[in-house]
Design a protein around this ligand. Structure first.
Ligand code: CU
Length: 143
């Protein structure tokens, strides 16, 4: 029984280690909210290093009251934002969240989110894995 427990513990360790390594985030940042603004956006590149599609189902942040997945649509030259229930990051592929495209919408951002600070964002995937990232807050003037 003792040996079995050790094996179970070792397997559990392997699973949790693999779960966070499947997604690599690069170029992540949050746009510093304009004082009094109802929302701001976060951008990043999500790369899936595994052989399975990864479904991003839920996002949370400590830097705003709420966060949702958004896509930007162009209807006859008018840009509209639409909520997305989930986002698939294809196996061995990547998805770019960028201005004018898909992004994370942070609603009621904290007033303390100023350029030079960081915002913590946690990504929850359908396979049970989650990833917490610390994104730098950047001024809109920075590129
Ligand atoms: Cu949006």
């Amino acid at each position: 029984m003792k040996v079995l427990c050790r094996i179970v513990a070792a397997v559990a360790l392997l699973i949790s280690a693999a779960a966070v390594a499947e997604i690599a985030v690069t170029d992540g940042h949050v746009r510093a909210p304009i004082p009094g603004a109802a929302s701001t956006a976060a951008y990043m590149t999500l790369r899936n290093t595994s052989a399975e599609d990864m479904l991003l189902e839920r996002v949370t942040t400590t830097a705003a009251a709420g966060v949702t997945l958004h896509n930007t649509m162009n209807h006859n030259g008018m840009l509209h934002m639409m909520g997305m229930a989930s986002l698939t990051i294809p196996a061995n592929g990547s998805v770019v969240l960028q201005e004018g495209g898909m992004h994370l919408m942070l609603d009621s951002p904290l007033a303390t989110m100023k350029p030079g600070t960081t915002a913590e964002v946690t990504l929850y995937f359908a396979n049970g894995s989650e990833l917490t990232i610390s994104l730098p807050v950047r001024s809109v003037l920075e590129r």
